[in-house]
Design a protein. Structure first.
Ligand code: ADP
Ligand code: MG
Length: 485
């Protein structure tokens, strides 16, 4: 692996990155109340007395949220803590009516785990997970609705979040991006978080420091609340440069929380880093320790779906795919399903080529998701059948595919209507070859005196004469025979 380094005036620097990802739990109700979590509702229509922190209200744990956290922990190959505890994290903010957030501090529900990431050059790297804990989300302050007022929407107040903390194991923006994408893919497979960063249901706090080769870690800064993979990657690069400048001009990096401004391309101080004692964490007296049974964990484990890594390994094995292709196909569950429907009982590699090549190109060009694909998996499969049983050749298949994209028609019908059936009549092919060779006697002479490349030219001419419909191996055979090879 080519390691990522930033060259400064004093030599080369390594970047150290650890991520804290907040992932909104998919559940019908909030972590400690029965209010709905549906996205996009009118402001303040999904707020129970608990979420609005009316005096005397008691939180009641929502067991579905706990199960979702456990499933996620299992998906991260992490230790599930059968006893965990909720603490109050005290701070004042207008959109936090309780004056504290219920979180898990010393005893999180999920302990150490790991996530495998694949880099573009094929390197595989393991990123350590430190912990995952459950906590409440805060409400939302809205400052741009009224000219002189701030508004507060408490719909999000009390929604369950999983905070997933990584070890400082990443060493480049690319690794951080790959980690986030992989994490999102795992959460989506598990159906524990929808991973929609634009809607804020997955947000990342990014910790960045820089160091010289072989040194212990230096002071880090935390970049708050980034909501896209691209921003995370940009912010890391910009923040690393800022820190390198400070160190190289003889200064010291202060540990602080910073904001990334994607428009100006800079990071700015938000507040100096708070410490745990600033929050005066203490066990929430309204809640008993959270106890789960090992049997229940085992049951949840037995009902987990096949996750991306396992699916990738199976695709490599079952369909004979190279690791990279398998990786691309499993990143999204719906794509993996589409692929399997095309590949089942056919040729895995051919199916993978069509899905990642021709189909992806169309989806990209038209900005469509796999669910909106103009060509169904069924029809793409039927197209492969026509190639595999030699009804059409690969070149004609592209033409048929184009028409399938435009009209959604069934491939056999297109082939029939346009008369695209492959010609396997050897006498017709022999005749076309003979004509091409006699028309190009000069080229034949050149070929015979050693210009091997002309073979491709002859093939092209024969194909053209037969309107692209000739069976290519038969054309090759006939050419070889008639050229006296
Ligand atoms: P805190 O509790 O103050 O947020 P943690 O030790 O829990 O601090 O670390 C928070 C995040 O910062 C973790 O994701 C961790 O991997 C990352 N981190 C810790 N030290 C460094 C460092 N020197 N450089 C970059 N990231 C770091
Ligand atoms: Mg933290």
């Amino acid at each position: 692996m080519m390691s990522y380094r930033i060259e400064g005036k004093t030599g080369s620097w390594e970047v150290v990155i650890g991520l804290e990802v907040h992932a909104q739990v998919i559940s019908n109700a909030k972590l400690f109340s029965g209010a709905s979590t549906h996205f996009g509702a009118e402001p303040n229509t999904q707020v129970s007395l608990v979420d609005a922190a009316f005096p005397g209200m008691l939180p009641v744990i929502n067991r579905e949220c706990v199960d979702q956290a456990i499933r996620t922990g299992l998906g991260l190959k992490a230790k599930i803590n059968l006893v965990s505890r909720f603490d109050r994290k005290n701070y004042f903010y207008a959109d936090l009516p309780q004056g504290y957030q219920i979180s898990q501090f010393t005893h999180p529900i999920v302990g150490e785990g790991k996530v495998e990431i694949e880099l573009e050059d094929g390197t595989v790297k393991e990123i350590g997970i430190t912990r995952l804990h459950l906590e409440q989300d805060a409400g939302k302050s809205i400052h741009d609705l009224a000219p002189k007022e701030s508004c507060i929407d408490l719909n999000r107040s009390g929604v369950a979040l999983m905070e997933i903390v990584s070890e400082p194991d990443m060493r480049s923006p690319e690794e951080a991006g790959a980690y986030l994408r992989k994490l999102r893919s795992i959460l989506r497979y598990l159906e524990t978080c929808d991973g929609n960063m634009e809607e804020g249901s997955m947000r990342a706090d990014v910790n960045v420091s820089v160091r010289k080769e072989g040194e212990p870690y230096r002071t880090r800064c935390e970049l708050k609340n980034l909501n896209s993979v691209r921003f995370v990657m940009q912010a890391i690069e910009i923040e690393a440069m800022r820190q390198i400048d400070i160190w190289e001009s003889g200064g010291e990096v202060d540990q602080e929380t910073r904001l990334f401004d994607s428009v100006k391309g800079e990071t700015r101080t938000m507040r100096s880093k708070e410490n745990a004692h600033d929050y005066r964490y203490f066990p929430d007296p309204d809640l008993l320790p959270l106890v789960v049974e090992q049997d229940h964990v085992d049951h949840l484990k037995s009902t987990l779906q096949e996750l991306p890594d396992a699916k990738r390994a199976r695709f490599e094995q079952e369909y004979g795919l190279p690791r990279y292709d398998a990786q691309v196909l499993v990143a999204e569950k719906a794509i993996a399903q589409f692929f399997e429907q095309v590949a089942k009982g056919r040729d895995g590699r051919l199916a993978a080529n069509w899905v990642t090549g021709d189909l992806f190109a169309v989806l990209n060009k038209k900005s469509l998701s796999i669910h909106e694909s103009p060509v169904s998996a069924d029809n793409l499969g039927k197209l492969l059948d026509l190639i595999l049983d030699q009804t059409i050749n690969g070149k004609i298949a592209k033409e048929v595919f184009e028409e399938m994209v435009e009209t959604g028609a069934v491939p056999s019908e297109i082939v029939e209507r346009k008369g695209l059936k492959q010609v396997t009549d050897i006498s017709a092919i022999d005749q076309a070859v003979a004509e091409v060779l006699s028309k190009n006697a000069d080229k034949v002479a050149e070929y015979k005196s050693g210009k091997d490349k002309l073979f491709g030219f002859f093939v092209g001419q024969v194909m053209k004469a037969m309107k692209g419909k000739a069976n290519p191996p038969m054309v090759n055979e006939s050419l070889k025979k008639q050229l006296g090879l």
